[in-house]
Unconditional design. Structure first.
Lengths: 242, 186
């Protein structure tokens, strides 16, 4: 289509007067806000089209940098991974006593006490001794604190003095009342004794002696001797069996 | 073009990333395209939406633009398609109320425009609104876009004679109404 044809067709248009009237009448212009919006969008489109080019060119560099950083971090952390213990089996509910026991176990292992081997037959005597000591220490830590011998003596004395004061108040001879009041006094003293001596191997001289024998068998002669002295002080009438 | 780059060259430059070329191109066509859409839909807000939509499509298609046709034809085809899509979208609910005739022109009539001219303008635009869509579209494409009969025929998908007929009917109605209103009342 040439311009000449166009002009010819325009000449064929029905009425030039109507065209002129319309052009004069239709004087609306695009609102400025609309112009701004469209032009802004056109600039943003061109600017946005340039950004991916930059990003695309930088992508390999970013990938290489990430790779190098990752490898470097892994390399730095490798010694830390190697020094970590293989398993950490400490239960979360274990108390401070258990922690102390485990520390002692670790100390025993570090001191050269080999753990008893379950595959090599009977453990060596040194290992057995270490095991026994560890078990004992653990029991001592786990058990409630036993009353000292002095406390037990004080208890016996207070029981005895209470009995005497009761006898004096009743005006009866101790011999006469002994048979009647002995069970009641014993019953009154029992809770205290039970509170102080419950679960204690030193409650009776026989049990105490068995413990001393166990200490001696375990090779702890000094501890056994010390316990024996305390037994003699606590139960002077007790004669140790041969 | 009086030494100025033509539309096709400007569009190609914009496709290559020259934002300034688009601004020149836009300033050449913005008012006529806005009026075309305004007369088609008779609603300022709709016209503004369609105007933005049409230019957005031009912006998006900048890198795919090939100068196989005049830029003007391409631009108005895009705008017309936007309008047709709008009609399809709003077919169920109608086209909405037309604008208040008193507020149709963005700048009001200047002091140099006589009362008679102003009245004639109002009547002409009012009659244009009553024309069938096809006749109004053909008339506006010729007046605002400056398209030839063949271009209009290609764009609207009808024959050359059909376009000529539509133009003839539109002009005849406008002229009759215009002459009737501009002549002194009998």
């Amino acid at each position: 289509m040439t311009k000449q044809d166009d002009n010819q067709q325009h000449d064929e248009s029905p009425d030039g007067r109507i065209s002129g009237a319309y052009r004069a009448a239709a004087s609306e212009r695009t609102p400025p806000g609309l112009d701004m919006a469209v032009l802004e969008r056109s600039r943003a489109a061109v600017a946005g089209a340039r950004k991916p080019l930059i990003t695309r060119s930088l992508r390999p560099l970013a990938f290489a940098a990430s790779l190098v950083l990752g490898v470097a971090v892994l390399y730095e952390l490798q010694p830390a991974f190697d020094t970590l213990p293989a398993t950490d089996s400490a239960p979360a509910s274990a108390g401070p006593g258990a922690t102390a026991v485990e520390d002692r176990d670790a100390a025993v292992e570090a001191a050269g006490g080999a753990a008893p081997s379950t595959t090599d037959g009977a453990p060596s005597s040194r290992a057995a001794q270490a095991e026994r000591e560890t078990t004992e220490q653990r029991r001592e830590l786990a058990a409630p604190a036993a009353p000292a011998p002095d406390a037990r003596l004080r208890l016996q004395e207070s029981t005895r003095s209470a009995r005497q004061s009761l006898d004096e108040a009743a005006g009866t001879s101790p011999a006469a009342l002994a048979t009647d009041r002995e069970p009641a006094l014993q019953k009154a003293a029992e809770p205290d004794a039970a509170r102080y001596c419950e679960e204690d191997e030193t409650t009776t001289p026989e049990r105490w002696w068995r413990r001393i024998a166990a200490l001696a068998a375990a090779g702890r002669a000094e501890a056994a001797m010390q316990e024996r002295r305390r037994l003699a002080a606590g139960f002077p009438a007790f004669t140790p069996p041969e | 073009m009086d030494g100025q780059p033509d539309d096709t060259a400007l569009m190609l430059r914009y496709g290559a990333g020259d934002a300034g070329a688009f601004e020149v191109l836009y300033r050449r066509h913005n008012d006529a395209l806005y009026r075309y859409l305004l007369r088609l839909c008779n609603n300022r807000d709709t016209a503004a939406d369609l105007f933005q939509e049409a230019w957005s499509k031009v912006i998006k298609a900048r890198s795919r633009y090939r100068p196989t046709a005049r830029f003007n034809t391409w631009l108005y085809r895009i705008a017309r398609n936007c309008f047709i899509d709008h009609l399809r979208r709003n077919k169920r609910y109608g086209d909405g109320p037309p604008d208040d005739p008193d507020s149709r022109a963005a700048p009001g009539p200047g002091p140099d425009i006589g009362a008679e001219q102003a009245r004639a303008r109002e009547k002409l635009l009012a009659i244009l609104e009553t024309l069938p869509m096809e006749q109004r579209d053909a008339f506006l494409l010729r007046e605002e876009a400056g398209l030839s009969v063949d271009d209009i025929a290609t764009m609207t998908g009808v024959g050359h004679e059909t376009v000529k007929s539509r133009l003839r009917y539109a002009t005849r109605k406008l002229r009759a109404a215009f002459d009737d209103k501009t002549e002194p009342a009998a």
